[in-house]
Write a protein that binds this ligand. Structure first.
Ligand code: C6P
Length: 413
């Protein structure tokens, strides 16, 4: 008889050893790092890639004939190819390096938005968007007379798909939606959203800042028009991020910044733009960041991402169960489909005070509005305490978090 196949065990202990900062102490206590939605810790392989770059390569890219410059260029462009593979994009021409998700959204708003959207055209976003996916569209509205439409969320923090469908019309030219909400953990059904938007002739930008660290992304399968993410949320350094866009769109879009590297020829009368993707990369890029991003994506490629996601879900389930035992605790964001983010308030307790008291016990969480003020308005709270998990967290971290929380609540009582 066939034995049932057991899923592979996720060896979290071995993985933790790859992240030096996880083994340190903060305020005299072993660190419990639960602020992964803000930024993730870096594996040794990423840190080593940065050191190797600066110790053995450091040179500017696309400029010199000398050996180091050529090596820097090769490695930076190789990183682009790795990002292409990570997203399953058709070509490295579709991968533009930016400073992060924020800059990538601003690029689309300023280049695509200002060129292809007209007064009265509608941009449709969700109520739970991060400010980075709200403000650039407001700025476009204010400068170009586009209309900003907002699809509401329900009280579980899920996008109200019926309301979204009603707002979608031939006037909608762009849908900009987060794949995962940073404040709530809600996973949006972006594949369905993209299908519906395309049926109305709208383009779709997916903000993948909070999804890339939790599972594979396939821009070809999604058929999104734009996809953005930040390296630092996917175990890579800060300062590097990515805009994926379909080549036909990037071809049609004008550059948004002028300078070196984005040109082919310059006279005082006229400038000819460089090819894709460099047309959108004015100035010296974050070369070390790109190489670090490649190291992070290579590290992820060596993991069983499915097992990692299962492990994170186990942590979320465990933390949610433990949270239910605490009097006065209200979880903000109870969507059916969630990544491992536990946002909560405790009656009569200031979230910031909680954060400070947890920190004194070595537990790092984020408190406040999480750059998603409209979400706080929806739930009638000034801010929340947010514990956000990565695959290197453990049940022991959850236990230490709840022990620290109990102590903090005792002090604040
Ligand atoms: N959210 C958080 O603690 P940048 O700052 O460009 O790397 O990422 C911006 C951004 C865009 N979209 C979403 C969904 C995000 O969560 C973020 C960053 C962090 O939740 C810092 S505010």
């Amino acid at each position: 008889m066939n034995q049932p196949v057991q899923p592979p065990v996720f060896e979290v202990g071995r993985i933790r050893a790859d992240f030096p900062l996880l083994g340190t102490t903060v305020n005299g206590k072993p660190l419990v790092y639960l602020d992964n939605a803000a930024t993730t810790q870096k594996p040794r392989a990423v840190i080593a890639a940065l050191v190797r770059y600066y110790e053995t390569i450091n040179a500017n890219v696309h400029r010199g004939v000398h050996t180091l410059s050529q090596r820097a260029t090769d490695e930076f462009e190789d990183a682009r190819e790795t990002v292409r593979g990570f997203l399953n994009a058709a070509s490295p021409r579709e991968i533009v390096f930016t400073r992060g998700a924020t800059e990538a959204i601003n690029l689309v708003a300023q280049s695509y938005g200002r060129t292809f959207l007209r007064a009265g055209d509608e941009v449709l976003i969700g109520e739970a968007e991060h400010h980075a996916n709200i403000v650039p569209w407001q700025q476009l509205r204010d400068s170009h007379g586009t209309v900003l439409q907002v699809a509401p969320i329900n009280d579980a923090g899920e996008l109200d798909l019926a309301a979204f469908t009603k707002l979608l019309s031939p006037r909608t030219k762009l849908v900009a939606i987060g794949q995962v909400s940073n404040a709530l953990g809600t996973v949006n059904p972006v594949a369905e959203i993209i299908r519906m938007a395309h049926a109305q002739g709208a383009r779709v930008l997916v903000d993948g800042a909070q999804s890339v660290g939790h599972g594979p992304v396939d821009v070809a399968a999604l058929d999104c028009d734009f996809f953005v993410f930040s390296g630092h949320k996917v175990f890579a350094p800060t300062g590097i991020g990515v805009l994926y866009a379909k080549a036909e769109l990037l071809e049609a879009m004008p550059p948004w910044q002028g300078g070196g590297d984005m040109i082919r020829t310059v006279t005082f009368e006229h400038t000819q733009w460089n090819d894709l993707p460099w047309k959108f990369e004015a100035g010296t890029p974050d070369i070390a960041g790109g190489i670090g991003l490649k190291a992070a994506l290579d590290y992820l490629a060596g993991l069983d991402f499915t097992a990692a996601a299962r492990h994170e879900h186990d942590l979320l389930h465990y933390a949610t169960t433990r949270a239910a035992e605490i009097a006065g605790l209200r979880i903000i964001g109870t969507a059916k489909d969630k990544v491992a983010v536990l946002s909560f308030v405790v009656a009569g307790v200031n979230a910031q005070d909680l954060g400070v008291l947890l920190d004194s016990q070595g537990v790092a969480i984020r408190t406040g509005h999480h750059c998603a003020m409209p979400v706080m308005t929806h739930f009638g709270v000034a801010g929340t305490a947010r514990a956000s998990f990565a695959f290197y967290n453990t049940r022991e971290d959850v236990d230490r978090f709840f022990a620290a929380l109990a102590k903090a609540l005792e002090i604040l009582a």
